[in-house]
Design a protein around this ligand. Sequence first.
Ligand code: SF4
Ligand code: FES
Length: 366
Amino acid sequence: MTPGLPIAMLAEITHRCPLSCPYCSNPVELTRASAELPAEAWVDLFRQAAALGVLQTHISGGEPASRRDLAQIVAGAREAGLYVNLITSGLGLTLARLRELDSAGVDHVQLSLQGVGPTAADRISGMAGSWDRKMQVARWIAEVGFPLTLNAVVHRQNIDTLPQMIDLALAMGARRIEVATVQFHGWADLNRGALMPSRAQAALARRIVNEAREALRGRMVIDYVPADHHAKFPKACMGGWGSTGLNVTPDGTVLPCHAAQTIPGLTFQNIRDTPLAAIWHDGPAFNAFRGTGWMPEPCQGCARKTVDFGGCRCQAMAIAGDAAATDPVCSLSPLNAAVHAAADAAAAGDSDALTWRRMPKEELRP
Ligand code: SF4
Ligand code: FES
């Protein structure tokens, strides 16, 4: 099939990060600083992306502020005509750097939230003092005047503080709060038994979000991403594989989604040796699950196949052991009952012990 054009590009410019969140969405095998694309290569990539049709880039990591040349990278994206969203924990940003990033072309900031208050936030982030520093950065973001979205990742150990998260977003002057349940890929999968929310928690969170949406209409938007298995049908992951978005890893590997490297047998290409347009149009990984032709039953005969595109390929790989299977979180999948049973068992786990994401200290140096 002829692919459409990508709209958004996630630019993971580094895996370095001073935090150690146990649900980090980066791969378990992290890219070392020495293998990162230089700023000039990112700038060239943004030009190629804009020429291909990309309208916005999400500059992320790791922690993008871990790169000293972040402003140069941002300026390249802006010069290419892209809308620039900076996804950050705030750690490593100063008022001077934020002003520099404003001049370079950041249009919007997404600030992550690990918990409310120093005890919870510092524990989850694995870094003493991270809460205080983040709150300072939030004040600077308001001072510079960036539009702000607060990204609260929720799980069993913090979802009960959702009302306080919403209050915090309001106090920061955020235009939006995204409440996203941990997606159990990468490091998060190592912590499934400690982070999986219960059905009762998820139902309560849904009610709190709905009530807050009513109360805050016109003041702040609230997005809520529940755990996949609490829904009847899966989400259209990436809006459909290879249809609207692409991800680029710190070393320049171009992926159809952030977890695609968990699927064995796919061949990924790198921007160092293949133009982005060729990767998008002809890349074997991008064409592996495009459209609907690859789908098995029950997806093939299902009316929703052009709505959710069979769900998430990486989740199918992780749970069914087959990336071409119907996403097992779909209620029509033969594996769905087992998924619910496994999630309920994980949610009932009585240990809150966490495995934090760690990177060797020498790799943290910019
Ligand atoms: Fe989506 Fe496939 Fe489930 Fe139908 S059977 S709802 S297409 S995942
Ligand atoms: Fe890879 Fe959903 S995360 S397809």
